[in-house]
Design a protein around this ligand. Structure first.
Ligand code: IPE
Ligand code: IPE
Ligand code: MG
Length: 234
């Protein structure tokens, strides 16, 4: 069956560093420009009627990067939180995927505050994956399942795929339909491993800061031409 419009689009925002390098700029300038692209694409996707939009902003592996780069990314992230707190978009729900405990109290409070404040909006759900790893997500869900069996009236045989999905960071979202990775690499880099089981994957050689609404339209058109069989016959 040909699918028409994706319900959940997820982006791996990759290529900021190379974008800056090509212009003889510091990597952090690429991250700043990548942040502008994020704002533009988030708005465009929402206005195009995409119900669930996820952005991979920082992985559990990205802590390996030099401290000044990590600090600059955290600063950009914190600026975005302040901006989002000031101008709450009364249509979109905002959620954060990943372990918030590594962040300072101030940042954590801003994240949970935004999640609480936007909980009531359901026209669109915008998820930002920060300190997120697909494997960490699955391990955390397995631990939560273990605790439910130990402390609550849940039996191991009650844990099926649907139940397990509800224990992941993405419990409020359906599976990914379209996964978009700009930046030229053809890999998943530990993003939504469970949730992308049947995602259509669209790789683009464009670097994330150069990614435009037109590129998103092309990815959506590509998705529209896929025959999604989910293991069935055509
Ligand atoms: C993506 O761009 C941003 C993060 C991973 C935080 P990169 O910083 O990975 O850019 P490249 O891949 O080095 O060009
Ligand atoms: C993936 O990009 C992570 C994010 C976009 C946040 P990376 O640049 O970290 O991925 P690798 O290292 O090329 O696989
Ligand atoms: Mg990269």
């Amino acid at each position: 069956m040909k699918s028409n419009k994706p319900v959940h689009i997820a982006f791996i925002m990759d290529g900021n560093g190379r974008w800056a390098k090509k212009r003889n700029l510091p990597r952090n300038a690429g991250h700043k420009k990548g942040g502008d692209t994020f704002r533009e694409i988030a708005k465009y996707a929402r206005d195009s009627g995409i119900k669930y939009i996820t952005f991979f902003a920082f992985s559990t592996e990205n802590w390996k990067r030099p401290k000044d780069e990590v600090d600059a990314l955290m600063k950009l992230f914190s600026e975005y939180l302040d901006e989002a707190s000031k101008q709450v978009d009364e249509k979109s729900r905002l959620i954060f995927l990943g372990d918030k405990d590594v962040f300072g109290d101030d940042m954590k409070a801003k994240m949970t505050g935004l999640e609480q404040k936007s909980k009531q909006y359901d026209a669109c759900t915008l998820a930002l994956a920060i300190n997120y790893g697909g494997r960490a997500d699955i391990v955390r869900a397995a631990r939560r399942a273990g605790k439910l069996c130990r402390d609550k009236d849940i039996r191991p045989e009650d844990i099926d795929e649907n139940f397990f999905s509800g224990l992941l960071y993405t419990s409020a979202m359906p599976d990914v339909d379209l996964l978009i990775r700009p930046g030229g690499e053809r890999r998943i880099s530990n993003f939504l491993l469970w949730q992308s089981a049947y995602a259509e994957i669209y790789f683009s050689d464009k670097l994330w800061p150069d990614f435009t609404p037109h590129d998103l339209d092309e990815a959506i058109e590509y998705f529209g031409n896929r025959d999604r069989r989910f293991g069935n016959t055509a």
